[in-house]
Design a protein around this ligand. Structure first.
Ligand code: FES
Length: 193
């Protein structure tokens, strides 16, 4: 394409007023072409900025009900199971409880002296109980290794010792009697440093 044809094609795209000014010689051709190019540029700037300034999408936020130790629901009529705690001074307390309640929760719900320092996570021995009846002891599921490890640290360990937080009431354990030891020991890793 010759230079004169290129110029003609460029001028064809210019606004009429700009052509007239250029043809009259009042405005240099280069200035008119640059101004015309800038005017023809698409304006993208505002759209993305609006997108960034928009409020962030709302996120859903959920919570779970915290597990409270020492909280137990009363048993349904006809489904009561009985457990007796013997305190250090020999005083006995018999409670009607539901299947699935553990001995730590039952003791704490009834203000018995059972510390439960680790909150029932099998990491202390402050929920140590001594099962009085060997038959009942045999009906309990075997203690896991974690429980045995903690029981090894318990004060006054016996053949029928268990951790209260690990023993859940079942029909087979109805009538269970447990003694609270004369003292408990809270052995934690920090005790050995
Ligand atoms: S409360 Fe700590 S082991 Fe039972």
């Amino acid at each position: 394409m010759s230079a004169s044809r290129s110029l003609a094609a460029g001028l064809a795209g210019l606004p009429t007023a700009a052509c007239r000014s250029m043809q009259s010689g009042r405005v240099p051709m280069k200035t008119v072409l640059v101004a015309s190019t800038l005017a023809a540029r698409p304006r993208f700037a505002s759209a993305p900025r609006q997108a960034w300034s928009a409020a962030p999408a709302r996120r859903s936020f959920t919570t779970t009900t915290p597990r409270r130790h020492g909280h137990i629901d009363p048993p349904k009529p006809g489904e009561e199971l009985y457990v007796t705690f013997i305190e250090k001074d020999g005083e006995e307390h018999k409670f009607a409880v539901s299947a699935g309640d553990n001995l730590l929760d039952i003791a704490q719900a009834n203000d018995l002296e059972m510390e439960g320092a680790c909150g029932g996570s099998c990491a202390c021995s402050t929920c140590h109980v001594i099962v009085v009846d060997e038959d009942k002891y045999d009906k309990m599921p075997e203690p896991e290794d974690d429980e045995n490890d903690m029981l090894d640290l318990a004060f006054g360990l016996t053949e029928t010792s268990r951790l209260g937080c690990q023993v859940k009431m079942t029909k087979e354990l109805d009538g269970l009697v447990v003694k609270l030891p004369s003292m408990t020991r809270n052995m934690q890793a920090s005790d050995f440093q």
